[in-house]
Ligand binder design. Structure first.
Ligand code: SAH
Length: 214
């Protein structure tokens, strides 16, 4: 799977500007057992580089996309990250394995419950528990009590950026989100906020995520 992820980086480099995955991101993905994040009857396919159905009409993202989002988030030990759309919890686990403290919101109670039980037992290579805060609800409002966040990453696509996300982004900070209409591909977009709160938006790659629902 990681070899395919690396190949996808090379193939998309002309849009993303990223020739290869950061070794830290690959290491984090090696640490997290992806087969534990998919339904039991899908385990055999868990290490293929493609998205999979996880129930409630939702998907676990393609590993390449998980790696790309993790790399764009550029987390170090203690980076505060808000994720919108926990789903099965795999992206959150990879971010936490990179040292991030992750706040993640999921709309579907069933998925949120399952993700919570998967994430509860995860530890880093030193045996320290990975750090998660999980909430069930509409992530378009963000998580105001825990703001500001150095990183905000959305794995469900809004048509336009919900204002609370920009308000809850630290200065400096970075938001990574797919943006675009329902039923179409979206543009993976990075919004950088500088120390003075000025925003700069850049387009990374055409992607396909599930829509952000309300
Ligand atoms: N992060 C996941 C991918 C999740 S797919 C991974 O690691 O594979 C996107 C998820 O966003 C779905 O589970 C969907 O239920 C959730 N979602 C959709 N709209 C939402 C909203 N408004 N707030 C929170 N979660 C939402």
């Amino acid at each position: 799977m990681l070899a395919t992820v690396s190949r996808h980086f090379a193939e998309t480099a002309r849009w993303t500007g990223l020739e290869k995955p950061d070794p830290r991101v690959l290491e984090a993905m090696r640490c997290i057992p992806r087969d534990r994040f998919v339904p039991t009857d899908r385990r055999a396919a868990a290490w293929e580089d493609r998205p999979l159905e996880i129930g409630s009409g939702q998907t676990i993202s393609q590993p390449f996309v998980v790696a790309l989002l993790a790399q764009l988030c550029d987390c170090v030990q203690g980076t505060r990250v808000l994720e919108i759309g926990t789903g099965c919890g795999y992206q959150a686990a990879v971010l936490a394995a990179l040292g991030a403290e992750v706040w993640s919101i999921e709309l579907e109670p069933e998925l949120a419950r399952e993700a919570a039980s998967r994430l509860a037992g995860l530890r880093d290579l030193e045996g320290e528990p990975l750090r998660f805060h999980l909430r069930t609800g509409d992530g378009s409002r963000g998580w105001p009590e825990a703001a500001p966040f150095a990183r905000i990453v959305a794995t469900a696509a809004p048509v336009v950026l919900p204002p609370p996300w920009l308000a809850q982004l630290a200065a400096p900070g970075r938001l990574v989100a797919p943006l675009g209409p329902v039923g179409d591909t979206q543009m993976l977009t990075v919004v950088d906020k500088d120390e003075d709160g000025r925003l700069e938006q850049s387009r990374v790659l055409s992607v396909r995520f599930v829509p952000l629902r309300h």
